[in-house]
Write a protein that binds this ligand. Sequence first.
Ligand code: ADP
Ligand code: MG
Length: 358
Amino acid sequence: MSFRNLIHLAGVGKSYGAVNVLKPVDLTIGDGEFLTILGPSGSGKTTILRMLGGFTPPSTGRILLDGVDITDMPIFERPFNTVFQDYALFPHMSVAKNVGYGLKMRRRPRAEIDAKVADVLAMVELSDKAGRYPAELSGGQRQRVALARAIVCEPKVVLLDEPLGALDAELRRSMQDFLKALQRRIRTTFVFITHDQEEAISMSDRIVVMDHGKVEQVGTPKDIYYRPQSEFVAKFFGENNILPARLTAGADPAIESPLGGHALHGAAPAGTCSVAIRPESFSLGEAANTAAGQRSMVGRLESLTFLGATTQLVVRLGDGSPHTVKVRLPTPDLGEGVGIGEAVSLRWSTADVSVLNA
Ligand code: ADP
Ligand code: MG
């Protein structure tokens, strides 16, 4: 899916005194995009969101909205709304009053407020709770009130800082589906923070992966998963095989690794490098049946773990090789199976081998 550019962060960085907490970020956010900022605690996610929202000024760089510089625009003038992790509902106001508050501050006519509040309460499936107070609601319901309050003024962008963090696992999953469906329906840009990889992968159009105040990679969930550019990203999402590699010199630089040689796509890595391939990127197959762009290698089976729908194999890449790979196969593909210590022919596509910068 492609989006019209809405927001541009141009070299936006942040320091507190002498301490740099965010290296300059260059990022565009699309109109209607679901963009997730993902990273471990302390990596700088909230810092980016706070600067977008106008809660704290950047130390370097500019923020543009539709080409207009809004770096110095006060919070309440930005057509943005924020959903905080603790929801920040007014305890003494009913659900309807909480949701209508922003419209009331904007001095909208009473009839319009009532109609819009009724509309968004229907959207978040809380029409029957309009008269309740926050203390009379469950966690998931409070979450939906906070969402309704954020979208009722029809902001261009909704900023959500770990909004699902306080919910238990089951409720969290149903809120993920709910939030995503709501975002698709209203087509409003969501900038969503999480530290949960699966949540990011399942909900986002694109993911910004952060570590230690630095953007490690920006891409679609599939890019991030199958085309990691750094060891951090390769290890951050699920299981991966990371193998040492080196760049061979010459007119046609290539990558040499325990998986053999691969043409280098894209830029040459700086310094030392490694390669990554997902366990599920392998299949079983003889060299004789290898298609263009595929490679094969005979290894030796070291272990086999039945995991239900899939089975995990550990395969040594040739006798005496110091390297093994994890291989994840659909269990039915194993057929009669192979025994420990026996030879296995692995096949993979060179396109599934990512080159990582150290
Ligand atoms: P995240 O949301 O990814 O957990 P934050 O963006 O909140 O991370 O914080 C990034 C870093 O900036 C952390 O090391 C944090 O301690 C630091 N930090 C955040 N706010 C301030 C502040 N007001 N003063 C000094 N350091 C801060
Ligand atoms: Mg945070």
